[in-house]
Design a protein around this ligand. Structure first.
Ligand code: SF4
Length: 402
């Protein structure tokens, strides 16, 4: 069976990250200004990563009712509801996994609505609960191309956070430390991009289902040497595997693109399903969302404002379609699976007719899988297996006809 050996190092890295977290702690959204926070010496904690853990350990459904009781709809972001519900229940997978008492308490909370407004509600819940300072960045949304005016606006918002960071960290802003953090983050993110691009090879040495596990450090350790070292290690292994013709599937028949959120509680099941059908999900919008190639330490504010505003989820349909088409082409995909995630309309493009429009423009076959990032009550395993197997069969038989 194909295995990525670097996984052992990944486990150690994630354990060290969680267990070494000490004061002062800043909470941040997953595509928020982590580098700026790190430059003040904050340890940075990401509630979305915790939401993904709740999904992956299939404990999310145990806690969502507690958030619903507190007034949150069961149809809003299940990262938000499972995370708040777990908190209200005094539970976290970090207790069992790493022996921690609970989640790290925040000294400062920072969000960026470049992905959705839900994070603002979610983070404000905690700001109120902990009586903790909270600051937000609200960039323009759903844009075609990001203009200089838009970047300038976001730069001002970044700079407005600095006084709160100084007060809580008791450190003056240091532009050189910020530059250094941006540089490390850029190096790690470019290595992450190279890791993802190894899947252009056939057989692909990494799939989307591996990617969502190995992306941990680029989410939680951006701006650190550890993240950079980890992706160099992973890249070296995958490059060697390409040379040895070792891949996720030996007899690779079908290459798929995954659009939308992962279904965290079904990663293993879906990975096995595609493998059994000699197919690989070789690329995704999700894993590509942590490539910030605009970072430039010479212009730390402007470049990070641009990088964080031009992410896929924050773009117009026109820009998203262009990005999708270029990835489909680059990774030689035969079809695309759109995950219609019931509690995240922000990252579910199948809800707005994109699959049909993509098919009209490109002829690329598509499948819509209904499910959710954490709430498995919205996912039918039997129905999804049938749909995916039929989709793969159709792609394979159309290739034979050609
Ligand atoms: S993008 Fe979707 S999944 Fe992520 S925090 Fe926002 S609503 Fe939740």
């Amino acid at each position: 069976m194909y295995e990525i050996k670097a996984t052992q190092q990944l486990k150690k890295l994630m354990r060290d990250y969680f267990t070494s977290m000490s004061k002062p702690v800043a909470w941040c959204t997953s595509v928020g200004p982590a580098e700026l926070l790190r430059s003040f010496g904050f340890d940075v904690y990401f509630p979305e990563n915790h939401g993904a853990l709740l999904g992956a350990t299939r404990t999310a459904m145990d806690y969502i009712p507690a958030a619903v009781q507190c007034g949150y709809s069961g149809h809003v972001c299940s990262y938000t509801t499972s995370d708040i519900g777990a908190f209200l229940s005094g539970k976290t997978p970090l207790q069992k996994q790493y022996g921690m008492e609970g989640i790290p308490k925040p000294d400062l909370i920072v969000y960026n609505t470049n992905q959705c407004r839900e994070v603002q509600d979610w983070f404000n819940f905690y700001a109120k609960h902990f009586n903790c300072p909270v600051a937000g960045i609200q960039p323009p949304r759903h844009i075609d191309e990001v203009s200089k005016e838009e970047t300038d606006l976001v730069v001002q918002q970044f700079k407005k956070i600095i006084p709160a960071c100084e007060e809580v960290s008791k450190k003056k802003f240091d532009i050189d430390r910020f530059r250094e953090t941006i540089k490390l983050s850029k190096e790690a993110t470019m290595l992450w991009q190279q890791v993802l691009k190894t899947a252009i090879a056939s057989p692909a040495p990494i799939s989307f289902f591996d990617g969502v596990i190995h992306m941990g450090p680029i989410v939680v350790l951006r701006g650190t040497q550890q993240a950079k070292d980890y992706y160099q290690l992973l890249l070296d292994e995958l490059t060697q595997n390409i040379m040895d013709k070792k891949g996720v599937v030996k007899n690779e028949q079908c290459r798929i693109f995954w659009e939308g959120m992962p279904i965290w509680g079904k990663i293993r099941m879906l990975s096995d399903l595609f493998t059994q059908n000699n197919s690989v999900v070789v690329a995704s919008t999700y894993c590509n969302s942590w490539i910030f190639d605009e970072f430039d330490e010479r212009n730390p504010f402007e470049s990070s404002a641009l990088a964080y505003t031009k992410i896929f989820i924050n773009r117009s349909e026109k820009a998203k379609m262009q990005m999708l088409k270029s990835w489909m082409d680059e990774y030689h995909c035969d079809g695309i699976v759109f995950h219609d995630s019931k509690t995240c309309h922000n990252n579910s493009n199948a809800k707005f007719g994109m699959p049909q429009r993509m098919k009209e423009e490109t002829g690329i076959p598509y499948l819509i899988v209904e499910g959710d990032l954490c709430d498995l009550r919205f996912f039918s395993e039997g129905q999804s297996i049938t749909k995916i197997e039929t989709f793969i069969e159709q792609i394979e038989s159309s290739k034979i006809k050609i």
